[in-house]
Design a protein. Structure first.
Length: 217
């Protein structure tokens, strides 16, 4: 008996996924004007689901719609990065203290993510390096055991991914430093040193903030 054909997601969902991934990967840079016709052709759909997807992406703060013109991809602003770093600092310092002493599964998972980040960095896959970076920190937050805090942190996901790629593209030397700083955080977690781990988290996020300000760290 022949297998049933794989059902495709709704057209608007396909457009949404296509555009969002391209924005997060910075294949659509800030300042790019996207037209409904171009997107409809790229995804192979009519213009109606394109409009639906663009409206959703505007609500998420990734695009700005201009009637009869298209959608402008919003650039990552210095203020937005500073706000995200500040919020991350509040959440992650608290979370890493709560996660220590760390259970064995958390340590194993962080070791796996660190090794995978090194592999992806070696082949220059910046988008995936940014995803793994985000996962490394999210695992620590999740193991803090506060579900409300975890949900708050998850709301930063898209901004973190987009900013991560932006920083690495502008500062290629930052990739190796990022991995080394993750290793330092993991080392303190393994040692059961909650305050040392929190100090490493503060230094790690401080490096990102310094880059935003144009300082060399």
């Amino acid at each position: 008996m022949p297998s049933a054909p794989v059902k495709q997601p709704p057209a608007a969902d396909r457009v949404y996924t296509h555009v969002k991934q391209a924005v997060l990967d910075r294949r659509y840079e800030g300042g790019t004007l996207l037209t409904e016709g171009e997107l409809a052709t790229a995804v192979g759909v009519s213009r109606t689901p394109v409009r639906e997807a663009l409206l959703k992406l505007e609500m998420e703060g990734l695009l700005k719609l201009y009637p009869k013109k298209g959608a402008l991809v919003l650039a990552v602003s210095v203020q937005e990065i500073a706000d995200v770093v500040e919020t991350r600092l509040l959440v992650e310092e608290f979370a890493v203290r709560r996660a220590v002493p760390a259970p064995a599964p958390l340590i194993t998972r962080l070791e796996e993510l660190l090794a995978e980040q090194e592999r992806r960095a070696a082949v220059g896959d910046l988008a995936e390096v940014a995803v793994i970076d985000r996962c490394f920190h999210a695992e620590i937050v999740r193991h803090a055991g506060n579900q409300i805090l975890s949900r708050l942190y998850d709301q930063l996901r898209d901004r973190q991914l987009r900013m991560g790629v932006a920083v690495m593209q502008s500062h290629p030397d930052r990739i190796a430093k990022n991995i080394a700083e993750h290793a330092g955080i993991l080392d303190r977690i393994k040692a059961g040193d909650a305050e040392g781990a929190a100090l490493h988290v503060r230094g790690h996020l401080g490096s990102v903030k310094a880059l935003v300000r144009g300082e060399d760290r």
